[in-house]
Design a protein. Structure first.
Length: 461
């Protein structure tokens, strides 16, 4: 019989054989995108796969334990589990009572489910209050916690939220700050190059990975930091985890484990916690001479510099006449729209990653207070940044990413104080180029799959 010795980060197989190792190696191997371009693959030195099973150590990431045991059962391999992970006795858990907030039923359910499991992904749609769930986990366990994020705005915002909910001082690491406390929020980029990374992470018993779908995407930063952390409690927070069952998803699972609790946009809308999005797709059929251009040129001419399309954005914002957030991909596009809006007498500001945090925060605060009617932003507002008063969202950036599409809409889904409780969303069907058209179709598909109300103006052939 096989014995699986489960530890915090890796699990070890005792009693394995060459045949079992071969089976596990194949099961735990995933091909990476673009492997065929690698010289190592072409020369036969590499099989194009990331191998999560270490044949020398007979080990695999503990986050993949559930998948490993299911595989053993399918293969009819007898096994037993010896779990060496530390779990705080429930009689030592602290009372759950966050400050200045009444937790929703699903948030409480997520907290207790995660705590009883000890690890896993908490998948909650934007506006579900993932940060409060994380705060609840921290409060109940009362253990030293490292909270990883990937952007400095999120680091500051998260640290402030934890301080508000728990009434304690929270440390920060990143953006030139190194202030380590019992609860610390850290940017993974700031941790990656630390020579003392393993020792730095050693005191933390709880690992919380915010927007964790990002952390599966780069073995050189996020994955390395998370796998160096020996925390016995390991949780990921995301609105959009596990999209493709590819290497990125498996890295995410390796760090945290399977999804243990899920709340969708439709759940929040039906319960009245989120606004209902009304998405209008406006066809764009000009210019007419870019059908066969490559994607980069088509994007520049058909989206960024497209006066017809940009004029539609301005007219739509005037028509809706509500606080509007316009998301663009390129700096150039943002500046073009800013000039167009200002020249038409429309009150707006443009923010991007080029300005410092103080300026961006000042502009966002003015937008929240209604001093700015229209906020144009690059993708820095795609995730996590709290802009509660959006009533009209314009997806000017195009693109085909499911994660970006869903999270952009999610930015405006906070419950509205007006009677209709609706978020108006404007997107475009770029019927001018094979790539732009394909991306438009993908966005429409994503909206419909989320159960959003989609109306397409005019007839699309």
């Amino acid at each position: 019989m096989l014995t699986i010795k489960v530890r915090n980060v890796y699990s070890y197989l005792v009693g394995s054989s060459f045949v079992v190792d071969e089976l596990l190696d194949n099961f735990f191997a995933k091909k990476i995108d673009g492997y065929w371009f690698s010289n190592a693959f072409r020369s036969g030195q590499w099989d194009g796969r990331i191998h999560f099973y270490n044949r020398s150590w007979h080990s695999f990431p503990t986050g993949l334990l559930e998948r490993a045991t299911k595989f053993f059962e399918i293969q009819k391999l007898a096994y037993q589990i010896q779990d060496f992970r530390y779990r705080l006795p429930q009689e030592d858990w602290h009372y759950l009572n966050l400050k200045d907030i009444q937790l929703r039923d699903y948030q409480k359910e997520a907290i207790w489910t995660a705590l009883n499991k000890g690890n896993g992904i908490i998948a909650q749609a934007t506006n579900a209050g993932k940060t409060e769930v994380g705060c609840g986990i921290i409060q109940v366990l009362g253990l030293p916690t490292i909270w990883l994020t990937h952007r400095k705005e999120l680091m500051y915002q998260t640290a402030e939220r934890i301080e508000d909910r728990l009434g304690i001082k929270v440390g920060k690491v990143g953006d030139g700050i190194e202030d380590i406390k019992r609860i610390t929020v850290a940017m993974v980029q700031s941790l990656y190059n630390r020579k003392d990374l393993k020792n730095f992470l050693l005191p933390f018993k709880v690992l919380i990975i915010d927007e964790c779908h990002h952390l599966g995407s780069s073995v050189k930063t996020f994955y390395r930091v998370a796998m160096k952390c020996k925390a016995s409690y390991r949780f990921g927070l995301s609105a959009t985890p596990l999209q493709k069952n590819d290497v990125k998803d498996w890295r995410l699972l390796a760090m945290t484990g399977e999804i243990v609790h899920s709340v969708t946009n439709q759940d929040l809308i039906e319960k009245g916690y989120s606004a209902e999005p009304k998405i209008i797709i406006i066809p764009v059929r000009e210019p007419v001479d870019i059908e066969n251009l490559n994607y980069e040129d088509a994007y520049r001419i058909g989206i960024c510099e497209n006066k017809y399309r940009n004029d539609l954005i301005l007219e739509r914002c005037k028509e809706v006449d509500k606080p509007s957030l316009i998301i663009v991909k390129l700096l150039e596009h943002g500046r073009i729209l800013e000039n167009l809006f200002l020249n038409s007498g429309f009150n707006c500001e443009f923010i991007s990653g080029q300005e410092n945090s103080d300026f961006r925060n000042k502009v966002i605060e003015e937008f929240k207070k209604g001093k700015i009617k229209c906020l144009i932003s690059t993708v820095i507002l795609d995730e996590g940044i709290d802009v509660p008063n959006i009533q009209h969202l314009v997806i000017a950036a195009g693109g085909k990413s499911y994660v970006k599409n869903v999270q952009r809409v999610g930015r405006g889904l906070r419950k509205k104080q007006n009677s209709e409780n609706i978020l108006y969303v404007t997107d475009f069907y770029d019927d001018t180029n094979v790539y732009l058209r394909r991306h438009s179709n993908k966005r429409i598909k994503d909206y419909k799959n989320e159960g959003f109300d989609v109306m397409i103006k005019g007839h699309l052939e």
